[in-house]
Design a protein. Sequence first.
Lengths: 252, 388
Amino acid sequence: MLKNVVDCQNMPSTSRLRTNYRKQSGDGICARYLFECSIKLSMKPLTSATAAILFHRFFKEVKASDYDEYLIAASCLYLAGKIKDEMIKIRDVINVTHNTLHRDSPPLELGDEYWSIRDAIVQAELLITRMLKYDLSIELPHKYLLYYLKSLKDWLGNETWETIPIAKSSAAYLQDFHHSPEILKFQPNEVAVCALSLALQTYGVQIPLTEEGDDSQLWYHVFCKDLTKERHWNIIECIMEVYNKDAELNAL
Amino acid sequence: MSSRPREGRAEDQKHLTLAEKQKYIENYDFIHCDESSKYEKVAKIGQGTFGEVFKAREKKSNKKFVAMKKVLMDHEKEGFPITALREIRILQLLKHENVVNLIEICRTKATVANNHRSTFYLVFDFCEHDLAGLLSNINVKFSLGEIKKVMQQLLNGLYYIHSNKILHRDMKAANVLITKTGILKLADFGLARAFSVPKADSKNRYTNRVVTLWYRPPELLLGDRNYGPPVDMWGAGCIMAEMWTRSPIMQGGTEQQQLQYISQLCGSFTPEVWPGVEELDLYKTIELLKGHKRKVKERLRPYVKDEHGCDLLDKLLTLDPKKRIDADSALNHDFFWCDPMPCDLSKMLSQHLQSMFEYLAPRRTMKYQQQMNQIVKTQDNSLIDRVW
């Protein structure tokens, strides 16, 4: 099962099209950039999710137009590597973020531009940490999802488990939700329950011994007892909105 | 989230002249990160590889004292040091009476003078003493009850951090702070890290280049990278012995020498007393003393005298990390539950009004070091090349 979860890093929502980040604008464009770069840097999903949370939290504190979002994204990737003990070299961050912004350009020479980008990333890191009050212990929903999946596996039975990619798709929904700043509004355990719920609904899987219409015995109350049905649907809508936004970006 | 194309923003920024930009940076008000000028430095109280530590007074109250630890950023082309980030996150997690309290993180104003590079400080509650400083002052005398209180608080702190899955990795007397009211605080989490309980199929690979040499446990000296809380317990044992000997008990000059001292005190490293030692990287490549008997109790008894104390030391200074006593069991040891019971330190400390930090204290004297010579006196003359 763990393998399925890890596999979700290979199914990012970015399309086959190469986004031109310097031309295109729109909601979520910079989150897409952040994740594209994170994949090129071979970052683990937990690290890229951390970077995305840092990014959203930073822009909750400030006006987006006051800052270069692409620089902040690069700096968040670098900082997340440090936080998650998956240190990435700053040179790699610079090369990847620069090349993703300036497609097909050769790697930067070790000249003024390189050094000023490097300094900008480092300074932005100091800025981000301060803006976030050095509160860098980010609780991610991933561990909850893993635990919920483990708990459900036997209950759902081997056949369902092996034929329907519940683990894989719920992990993908969970990771993709990090594209949206809306994720900050919810608790990590709620997010995990809803990613799982969405996966179950996608494949029409019913949790054994629960009734669709019966509000008194919702399966996820075992995991998350205060999650109301309304809030649950609200979160699911937010997750689905990520894909609408993504389609809008692709249509531009 | 608004997101105009990058070019547009770059245009905007060009409207600011360099001087205007500098002024903007100088005057930017970080609402979550105060200026360090809210404190007034009183004295420097520490200096090490980690940087400088100052005692400072809060200007507003004029009474509250803090310790300010400068975040070393010189030559820091890699941005905020990962070690400082770890330290901050760990300190934010740990809130306990016996762990030093991080109040906030401050910055200096970015000005022309510092090339618009702020300096950052970790700001802690001030503690008057550190254990190394107290032990190096012959006028400070600990009764058995007071020693028990120190060790009980130290183990309480370790129990707490280990329960939170944190390893300190730099246990030593200088990192054990004591307030004037006798509350002990574990300090300096600059080398600390989170650990996970290793599973059979995935071993941890942590760096073994941690812990000050004199307090470094045998498994680290032999290159273990899959270690855990026992590394701190070894240090606790070294500190406990030091409560009586008043000076670090094994002051090796090199890693090899440190291993020799350990063997001379705790016996030779053999698979019989320490199953699995033969699998550690350096076991075969390093020359280890053979045929030494364990004599922790007999060597330390002249100093410690208390039999329960000797027994607890014996259990803390156990070679095999798997058999070394953990903080929980140590706290249940008879040492802490027999007369004289642990007793308050504040009365004893009130006789010593001057703050005693190792940094300020005179260097530990020859006398102590000669004392130490006796403890680790070797019987195998062929391997002595000790430099005192």
